[in-house]
Design a binder for this molecule. Structure first.
Ligand code: XMP
Length: 508
């Protein structure tokens, strides 16, 4: 089935991905296309609507990013910021460098009743621009302005073109969603793209791609992406999806059991579990340096696959949990590049099989919605990001079974106390780690000389920056009490208040 689609032309704006997400929230399939290739794509695909993004350049510069507007004829188009300026500049209006740069929250002072921007419910908008439109093209009317911006919005309904100088896609423009919705309604978008029909179509695509005798190797880690990917493959090709789970002993409490229960039990998948605790702990013995630990864990992964090669060699495809943001970042939405297998630390060469990436069109929240519909348990679908080397980077110093046990127990207590109070919502990651020092304490009448646990909980948008979460003191105190009482070998608990930067989210 072919969907209505909305092409978002990217002129290098920092919010372009957000536009795509917003459009998808209205149930319309949307794709981001770089301006350099947009004209051909639009001409070939005849999308239902086009949105021109913002961007850092000036339309007045030589070699400024541009678009052949003739391909847009008859296609409803919304220009945002740079997109509006380009629309004006290329179709007979005029743009100048403004005397005052507008940056931040602004109030619209005039709004034309009945126009696209008249249904916002709030006059507050988010501006971020230097240039501005000073004359609209023939046939357009100015539909909003601010004190310093004469054309905050313009439209020509006859040819289905709209422009806004501000950013409707950011939450700082409270009425922004109404504008995008209004535009999509005007364009005749009906909202025919849902998680359910994504599943139906992807299942069909997988069946069409993978030959009837072929098999797909699917490494599951317990994380959201690999779990959803596996569930999708199982639905599509049943036991020809060979799910492999390497249990290295460095997962959190109950996670390995959950993977086995979900895939082996609930889904009845063709699941191979390689239980390799001894191998990993053996290789990690005596290693304290963080990088050396990561390398060792990565190398052991490769070794596990090498050692089980006979069981895996019948596979023709390798499934990878690439998501849309990775696709966008790689710069080429159509290139099926083999990237580093970041979650398993590299795979052997013979595993460079044909690559299948069933989630490559989805954002993380869409992956979660698909996972839920496929019947994955909430704990898996809502799982926080977890590093590939697992608790190996949360046990500072040497990684031994006993030290991993301490982290698993403390982590379980911390996160279940957060969950039972509903404090986990809005937290990006929360965990317990074990420091590589000892300190003195007293328990009963006995002096102790044991190890401290560090608790960390951060809020973040994308893991690039992060801030410690203000967990109520009484909760922290109760968690500390429980950990020291219940986790043998721990006699002190710290809470990490550092933001990223200068710290990182993980301790190693
Ligand atoms: P840092 O500690 O660099 O972490 O602030 C940023 C995000 O990346 C996760 N992380 C990893 N993820 N393999 C992964 O798949 C790794 O080796 C790894 N190291 C850190 C970390 O949990 C956080 O979400």
């Amino acid at each position: 089935m072919s969907h209505q689609r909305v092409i978002v032309v990217d002129f290098g704006g920092q919010y372009t991905q957000l536009i795509v997400r917003r459009v998808r929230e209205f149930g319309a399939y949307s794709e981001m296309v770089p301006w350099t290739t947009a004209a051909e794509k639009i001409a070939a695909e005849k999308p239902t609507a086009v949105i021109l993004s913002g961007g850092p350049r000036s339309v007045l510069e030589e070699n400024a990013p541009t678009l052949d507007f003739s391909v847009l004829e008859g296609i409803p188009t919304l220009g945002i910021c740079y997109g509006q300026q380009l629309m004006a500049h290329r179709t007979g209006g005029r743009v100048t460098g403004a005397d005052h740069k507008e940056y931040g929250q602004r109030e619209l002072t005039t709004i034309t009743p009945g126009s696209l921007v008249s249904n916002m419910g709030s006059n507050s908008v988010w501006m971020s621009h230097g240039d501005q439109v000073v004359e609209v093209p023939a046939g357009f009317t100015v539909t909003a302005s601010t004190e310093t911006c004469p054309v905050a919005a313009m439209e020509n309904v006859g040819i289905k073109r709209w422009g806004v100088q501000f950013h409707p896609e950011v939450t700082h423009t409270p009425g922004g969603k109404a504008i995008l919705k209004g535009f999509l309604d005007n364009a005749g978008i009906v909202g025919d793209w849902t998680a359910q029909n994504f599943i139906d179509e992807e299942v069909e695509k997988i069946r069409a791609a993978v030959g009837p005798e072929e098999r797909v190797l699917c490494a599951v880690s317990g994380g959201v992406d690999s779990s959803v990917m596996a569930a999708l493959l199982i639905k599509a090709i049943g036991d020809r999806a060979l799910c492999v789970f390497v249990d290295h002993g460095l997962l959190r409490k109950n996670e390995a059991e959950q993977v086995e229960e979900t895939f082996g039990g609930h889904f009845g998948a063709n699941l191979k579990v390689f239980k390799e605790h001894d191998r990993f702990f053996g290789a990690l013995a005596g290693i304290k340096d963080p990088e050396a630990k990561r390398k060792t864990i990565g190398a052991q992964f490769v070794q596990v696959f090498e050692d089980h090669a006979d069981e895996l060699k019948g596979c023709d495809w390798l499934a990878q949990g690439t998501l849309y943001p990775d696709v966008i970042e790689s710069g080429s939405p159509t290139a099926a590049k083999i990237k580093t297998h970041h979650n398993v630390g590299g795979l052997p060469d013979w595993m460079r099989l044909k690559l299948i990436e069933p989630l490559r069109w989805l954002f993380k929240d869409e992956v979660r919605a698909v996972g839920r519909l496929l019947g994955l348990p909430d704990e898996m679908v809502d799982r926080e990001p977890f590093p590939g080397p697992g608790l190996g980077v949360r046990v500072l110093g040497e990684v031994t079974p006993d030290r991993v046990r301490m982290v698993q127990e403390a982590d379980w207590i911390f996160r279940s106390e957060l969950r039972s109070r509903d404090l986990h919502k809005g937290i990006w990651q929360s965990y317990a780690a074990l420091l590589d020092v000892r300190s003195v304490g007293v328990m009963g009448d006995e002096r102790t000389y044991e190890q401290p646990i560090v608790l960390r909980a951060v809020e973040s948008e994308d893991a690039m920056t992060a801030r410690a979460v203000a967990i109520p003191f009484d909760v922290l105190e109760w968690v500390a009490t429980r950990i020291v009482n219940e986790v043998q070998g721990v006699n002190r608990v710290f809470y990490d208040l550092t933001s990223k930067p200068p710290a990182t989210i993980e301790l190693e």
